[in-house]
Ligand binder design. Structure first.
Ligand code: ATP
Length: 446
């Protein structure tokens, strides 16, 4: 048995993502655009599946969480009140010699510049990472607006409207998925740190005395969500932000860290924001944003627990975790072992030979019966072994092969990506069978 190849590297993943249509550099034909990436056909599918899984688990399966889809632009007063205009900053330092700029907390300022090798740093200054734009036809200070750097502020601003419309009682949550923009000083590590990103955020409102328990519960639920979708527990870690080093709004923050090929870094943040946001917006807008409990006749300013995760960063983790290579008789088999719920393509239909008209007709019949509610591919080119490998490389859980026996008894084979086992199954029930399998609990094969 040949030895197994080395584990996943960023280079291998980036190359697979480009080759197989997951992630492309933005504006590639013009040399790219820093911190911005486009998602190809399979990347779009993976992201949709991540977002759908998150929405189903946090909104549809629970009775205490509702959704929101707010705008990217907002009245700039929102960012004044939330503290973003003042505090949404990163420490910036510049090398006077080569004029490259760095995040001061990410480099060692006792050493020479990593780009030009000289030692000539400026003082550290705070750089606001919100993108500015102008709204309306006049480019003047009065028409400045900001692209939201996080999705959650609109949840706070809409708190009373959502609560009233949906008649929610504490504790309850508001979930939102959407784009956010951060003018990061340095980007990099592929889709890890972006300037245009997408977030999945939950703001869970509780009575202040329930905040600590809700924090623990939500932290646990969020770790399990990652593990249930294929992230090895051994690759995750918790980092408790120490007192004095937390964001201005936070009473407690724990980062769920992932062991990336470039080092341990934040995958998700869980914060207890206390009543900071509702209090600030109530003060600045002059509106009452308290919750009125009509059973006890008392007013409460809820605390909020916020789990926040990037769609991009989590898709990077799901891809890193899925990536596998196995030595086999033909060399190396690359397999993306995605959780079937997240896999971009759910099934592929492969006629064993493409010259047999009856066999091709039956294959098209099977293909048509599967299309519509999931992405299914049809592939008739090349040896069937090559075709299986093509599907393995994009993580397709099931390959359905139509062969000569299919013409006799209307059965096809279903090949499982992970076990590589094949079973025969009647054409008539194939759609239900694939749907049934996709809903089964899944565990990583290792
Ligand atoms: P950092 O300290 O690394 O800049 P942060 O603590 O400001 O990050 P949060 O505001 O907690 O990040 O953002 C919540 C989540 O949104 C992060 O855990 C991450 O998954 C995602 N995220 C934040 N910034 C980016 C980015 N620039 N690119 C991609 N994803 C991001």
């Amino acid at each position: 048995m040949a030895t197994l190849p080395a584990p996943v590297t960023m280079d291998k993943l980036v190359s697979l993502c480009k080759r197989r249509g997951f992630v492309f550099q933005s504006s590639e034909i013009y040399g790219g655009f820093n911190g911005v990436w486009d998602h190809g056909p399979l990347g779009a599918e993976l992201r949709n599946n991540i977002k759908r899984a998150w929405w189903e688990d946090y909104v549809y399966k629970r009775t205490d969480i509702v959704g929101l889809d707010s705008a990217i632009l907002a009245n700039p007063a929102v960012w004044q009140a939330s503290g973003h205009l003042e505090n949404f900053t990163d420490p910036l330092v510049e090398c006077r010699n080569c004029h490259n700029r760095f995040r001061a907390d990410q480099i060692d300022l006792t050493r020479n510049c990593t780009v030009c090798g000289k030692f000539d740093w400026t003082d550290i200054k705070q750089f606001n990472t919100m993108f500015k734009t102008f709204v309306g036809p006049v480019e003047e200070e009065a028409s400045v607006a900001y692209l939201r750097p996080e999705t959650c502020q609109a949840i706070f601003v809409n708190f009373r409207l959502v609560q009233g419309a949906m008649r929610k009682k504490l504790p309850f949550g508001i979930a939102q998925i959407g784009k956010a923009f951060r003018n990061e000083i340095t980007t990099g590590n592929f889709i890890f740190r972006l300037r245009e990103l997408e977030q999945m955020e939950l703001e869970y409102f509780v009575r202040p005395d329930q905040a600590d328990a809700a924090f623990e519960e939500l932290l646990g639920i969020n770790v399990e969500w990652l593990v249930n979708h294929g992230v090895r527990r051994s690759k995750l870690d918790l980092y408790e932000h120490p007192e004095g080093a937390r964001a201005h709004y936070s009473r407690r923050t724990v980062d769920i860290m992932y062991d990336f090929p470039f080092g341990k870094s934040e995958l998700q943040g869980v914060a207890n924001r206390g009543d900071f946001d509702l209090t600030q917006h109530a003060k600045a807008s002059g509106r009452d944003l308290d919750y009125f409990d009509d059973e006890t006749n008392e007013k409460v300013t809820p605390y909020v627990i916020e789990p926040s995760i990037g769609v991009d960063r989590s898709s990077l983790v799901f891809m890193l975790e899925a990536y596998d290579e196995e030595a086999d008789k033909d060399g190396v088999r690359t397999v993306m072992r995605f959780h079937p719920r997240l896999a971009p393509v759910k099934a592929a239909v492969l006629p064993l030979v493409k010259k047999d008209a009856a066999l091709v007709a039956l294959s098209h019949e099977v293909f048509a019966s599967l299309r519509g509610e999931m992405l299914v591919l049809y592939d008739e080119s090349g040896a069937v072994g090559r075709r299986y490998r093509r599907q393995d490389e994009i993580g397709t859980p099931y390959c359905i092969t139509v062969d000569s026996q299919s013409l006799e008894d209307r059965t096809v084979t279903i090949r499982d990506r992970d076990s590589m086992q094949q079973v025969r199954f009647p054409v008539e029930g194939i759609r239900d069978e694939i749907n049934r399998r996709l809903r089964l609990p899944w565990t990583r094969p290792d």
